[in-house]
Design a protein around this ligand. Structure first.
Ligand code: EPU
Length: 429
């Protein structure tokens, strides 16, 4: 298994290109199941999760062609996928595939809406919490589906098609909102979703669905209204930039010191994180290329942060912020309210000399003068990258094991950081 070796203490200077968002790409690819025409997606990141979803969609009969590189194109340009679900040959998503990536459970909605039936394995828990799917099932039932659980599978049927309805989510759920929108797009009549997730990826997917002929209004707000249509058609859509990758590199620069332009980044996608970096005495300024992040000399100030659904501070940046605060001048508090168990990085950060105390959902981080490199590993994507951030500032060598977690969500991370001066390399095998 690959590992990443970092020697801490180098400043970061230069430009880091921001890739297309993983968490928009996955539902966009899944939305291709809603039409028998071709969906073309541009700016798709080269990630292990994208490859895995290609495999999962392939199992349903979806053909995916990746465009060759055009003249002048580099690895910094995302790839273009031509996705065709002209015929769906299988409406079952098996355990072996769904258990590898939770978001693949979302195929339930388009399969049900288009084919009138779907059988999708329950995804099970994962390293960041139990992550149930009860709200996704509730949404399908509100649209008229009959749903049974049989042998670890969710079996959903709507032999006469789905019909519009009212969906009120008792808790904000990104996956619930994506699946409700997809299913409602092909339902008969109007659907109103209340307490919808407002994440920018929801609006991006809805924009693509509207290009495909859907009639969705209000995506990006907490009330979304969808008028169902009989058929969707092909379209072309470019994936929006990854706000979590943006925030991660912003925190990496804040940690290592230096001056970086995050190319293609859009500040409005992560204003809460930008505000927190400002409170930590990191300079963040929008430019016409993206976002410039700099810290030259001054110490980091501690912060008080609570994660919550968009537009609040994202849970997907919690681990990275915690790594940063291990070097703040004073004591920080971070409260995690989205997932109940998303603190696996704490023990590993402690191996590097961090001083963090956990009390339920609240972490107290006492800044230390220096971290010291060590071998570490983490069990999820964002936790792994928090260890990279810590390693950038730790004295000596840090080896991050289980790099496959990073490859799920960060495109060429060691290359992007290495080009800005980090001493970072991938060790194979
Ligand atoms: N929840 C339920 N019942 C449900 C669904 C969710 O109780 O039926 C709970 C969850 O357990 C959690 C909360 O609701 O406590 C929010 O979960 P949500 O459904 O919003 O999460 P998700 O859709 O499974 C997406 C991202 C995650 C990100 C969360 C929160 C994708 C592919 N995944 O997950 O991203 O953390 O939203 O913003 O979009 C990551 O990229 O590393 C990642 C984990």
């Amino acid at each position: 298994m690959d590992r990443i070796r970092i020697v801490g203490g180098r400043r970061l200077n230069g430009t880091i290109p921001i890739s297309g968002a993983k968490n928009a790409t996955l539902p966009l690819m899944i939305a291709s199941l809603l039409t028998d025409e071709t969906l073309i997606l541009d700016n798709v990141p080269r990630l292990a999760d994208v490859g895995l979803l290609e495999q999962i969609l392939g199992n349903h009969g979806v053909d995916i062609m990746v465009s060759g590189k055009r003249a002048g194109e580099t690895a910094d340009h995302g790839q273009t996928l031509h996705i065709s679900a002209a015929s769906i040959v299988d409406t079952t998503a098996p355990y072996e595939l769904v258990s590898k990536m939770r978001a693949s459970f979302w195929v339930l909605a388009p399969l049900l809406a288009r084919m009138g039936t779907a059988r999708v394995s329950l995804p099970g828990g994962c390293a960041i919490g139990t992550r149930p799917v009860d709200l996704l099932i509730m949404a399908m039932q509100q649209l008229g589906a009959e749903v049974d659980i049989d042998g670890g599978y969710v079996v959903a049927r709507a032999p006469h098609g789905l019909r519009g309805g009212g969906i009120v989510f008792p808790k904000v759920t990104v996956g619930g909102t994506h699946t409700a929108i997809m299913a409602a797009s092909l339902a008969r009549g109007t659907t109103v979703i209340d307490n919808a997730a407002r994440e920018p990826e929801i609006a991006d997917v809805a924009e693509c669905l509207n290009k495909m002929g859907a009639r969705i209004a209000g995506a990006g707000t907490s009330r979304i209204v969808i008028e169902g249509v009989i058929k969707l058609h092909g379209a072309r859509h470019a994936v929006l930039p990854d706000r979590i990758e943006t925030g991660t590199y912003a925190m990496a620069v804040a940690m290592a010191g230096g001056d970086i332009v995050l190319q293609n980044a859009r500040p409005e996608l992560l204003q809460a994180a930008i505000d927190v970096l400002g409170q930590a005495a990191v300079s963040v300024t929008p430019t016409n290329q993206g976002i410039r992040v700099a810290r030259n000399g001054g110490s980091l100030a501690p912060v008080e942060v609570t994660t919550a659904p968009f537009p609040e501070f994202p849970t997907d940046l919690q681990a990275q912020l915690m790594a940063l605060m291990t070097r703040a001048h004073g004591t920080s508090h971070i409260v995690e309210t989205v997932f109940e168990n998303r603190f696996m990085h704490v023990q590993e950060l402690a191996r590097l000399g961090a001083r963090i105390q956990l009390d339920g959902e609240r972490a107290t981080i006492e800044g230390v003068a220096q971290l010291k490199g060590a071998p570490v590993m983490a069990t999820d994507l964002r936790a792994s990258v928090s260890l990279i951030i810590a390693g950038l500032a730790a004295e000596g060598e840090t080896i991050v094991n289980r790099v496959y977690h990073l490859d799920r969500g960060f495109e060429r991370l060691e290359d992007k950081l290495g080009r800005c001066g980090a001493a970072i390399e991938r060790l194979s095998g």
